[in-house]
Design a protein around this ligand. Sequence first.
Ligand SMILES: [Zn+2]
Length: 131
Amino acid sequence: MERIVRPKIEDIPSLAGYAETLQSYNEGCVEGTKKWESSGKLYNLLKESLRAISESHCSFCDGFPLDDTSRETIEHYYPKAKTEYPEKTYDWENLFYCCDKCQSMANKHKPFQVTLKPDDVDYHFDRSLLV
Ligand SMILES: [Zn+2]
């Protein structure tokens, strides 16, 4: 798998209008008035854009295509739990297209630092520990 090149949210037509909303949602997550929603219009827009930048491959194990073998999910690289990184819950840079296998593995290894962040400049898939 290649390193993911993540466009700025402002450069994605379907999400550009949500930049401020995502920021205010992050503030709500810190305050405890907002939670991550894994359904709905915004979730689907995020998932579509994340799927596009990872070319439908799981960002962590390179699984492809996800729908055939696994449910598609959005993974928070930095855990969104209130005690960890609630300020990154809706952070575009913190969201990755992910298969449910990697997601449950990630949930057992929070924070998700058993692998490299797939959009880091020096990312190399061969160095991922999940393969
Ligand atoms: Zn995976």
